[in-house]
Design a protein around this ligand. Sequence first.
Ligand code: ADP
Ligand code: MG
Length: 257
Amino acid sequence: MTQTTSASRSESGTAPPLVTMREVQKHFGDLHVLRDIDLEVDAGEVVVVLGPSGSGKSTLCRTINRLETIDSGDITIDGSPLPASGPGLARLRAEVGMVFQSFNLFAHKSVLDNVTVAPIKVKRLPRREAEALGMSLLERVGVADQAQKLPAQLSGGQQQRVAIARSLAMQPKLMLFDEPTSALDPEMINEVIEVMTDLAREGMTMIVVTHEMGFARRTADRVVFMDAGRILEVAPPDRFFTAPESERAKDFLSKIL
Ligand code: ADP
Ligand code: MG
């Protein structure tokens, strides 16, 4: 494999990748949305997925926690195939946190309850422990003082930080972010990006779909560029942004930079 198409940054080959996608195909009816997807993500790695609208970025993320099934190919996490159903699937969803454009908090629950509900229900953590964990996570994302409020009383940036804390409460191995700042007013984008940057620095494995090119440049280990369901390029950000190889990537960058 050449450097650009190499699926993994790992040179040593000792630690197995955390996520492996092999020849993944996905259709929506006649639409071939994921084509021959091969990707490996190492533990601790930050992969930013870029590409035009409709190129399959969200679908790619959603296949990894099985919000979408695949037609063929393999996806493994920590060497195990994704469970199809039952307790295995619930465990997978806990291990793979996902943060979307819309924050999807429980509107009728307090901020703290939003963060503790899954640890209590899924992990059977005693309430007291769950609340201590929840408060420490709200602290970490800078919204501990909002713990007793309802989500609607918070700004969009604060709500998205709560959504991140809620995912972290399940101690995920991997975090998927699908345009987490796209619904935010511009002045709130940075506070969410900062939380994501801290998380990356602390070693979280992350797959991030974003239009925040500053984040991609500074924080990504690798950029994956998608077009029409295919991965066209995989490169470190300094190379991708200065010397993209494909015409499609050049065209994409010329429109956004
Ligand atoms: P991106 O996130 O890069 O904008 P998506 O993964 O959301 O792209 O979508 C890829 C393609 O699949 C698009 O053409 C989109 O319209 C289509 N698509 C996405 N979800 C569905 C669905 N549930 N049913 C049918 N088509 C879909
Ligand atoms: Mg999308």
